[in-house]
Design a protein around this ligand. Structure first.
Ligand code: DGI
Ligand code: FE
Ligand code: FE
Length: 190
């Protein structure tokens, strides 16, 4: 799958506003990849594809999780996380994307996970800080993202968990594991 094919696939799957978000994640991802010595081609491809499943009907995604044997606990943490995990599955099986690095970056772009690869971190963070986003505390994350990839990911995780907790929503366990991992990792570095 090259970039042209990937852009064609998502142009067809996404609404205009979401496609424009995707273009900004690609741009932001490229900047972060260059800054932190991460593979730019893989980051760009993962960023193009990251929200591929965003507009699939929730019922379809839930069925896919059951029928394809994906982790069933995914069903218990809100519909927002499904497009990431099911998206990686669809990319592999519908579009025949074979690159594991690209697939894992799509899979973890919403929740993060402990000990992320460089590509995973860059896509996770680019999705969070792209210029169209306006979350509380985002400017601080954008500033840190100029200097420290792990710390910026930690701040994004912390903000997202805070946001979910405030709304009383469930938090996917791997998001907590990611938060704990980077919290300890950053302390160890000091
Ligand atoms: O798809 P995007 O809108 O570009 O961004 P995204 O894939 O980061 O999805 C953001 C949504 O996902 C937002 O509503 C918060 C939610 N979310 C992120 N991490 C978790 C989560 N929801 C749950 N339940 N658990 C998480 O760990
Ligand atoms: Fe997403
Ligand atoms: Fe996104």
């Amino acid at each position: 799958m090259n970039e042209i094919e990937a852009f064609d696939a998502v142009r067809r799957s996404l609404k205009k506003r979401r496609f424009e978000h995707t273009e900004r994640v690609v741009e932001e991802g490229e900047k972060l990849a260059n800054r932190f010595n991460v593979n730019v081609e893989k980051v760009r491809l993962a960023a193009i594809l990251h929200d591929y499943a965003k507009y699939r009907p929730v019922e379809e995604m839930r069925n896919t999780i059951i029928n394809a044997g994906l982790e069933e606990r995914l069903l218990d943490f809100g519909d927002e996380i499904l497009h990431a995990f099911v998206g990686a599955y669809y990319l592999e099986h519908e579009l025949k994307v074979a690159d594991r690095d690209v697939l894992s970056a799509v899979k973890y772009h919403t929740t993060g996970r402990a000990n992320m690869t460089g590509i995973e971190k860059v896509v996770f963070l680019a999705d969070y800080i792209e210029p169209g986003r306006n979350f509380p505390g985002i400017e601080e994350v954008r500033e840190i993202a100029k200097l420290d990839l792990d710390q910026a990911c930690f701040m994004a995780l912390k903000n997202t968990i805070g946001f979910l907790v405030k709304k009383g929503q469930p938090v996917y366990p791997e998001t907590f594991e990611a938060y704990n991992y980077y919290s300890n990792d950053l302390k160890r570095r000091k």
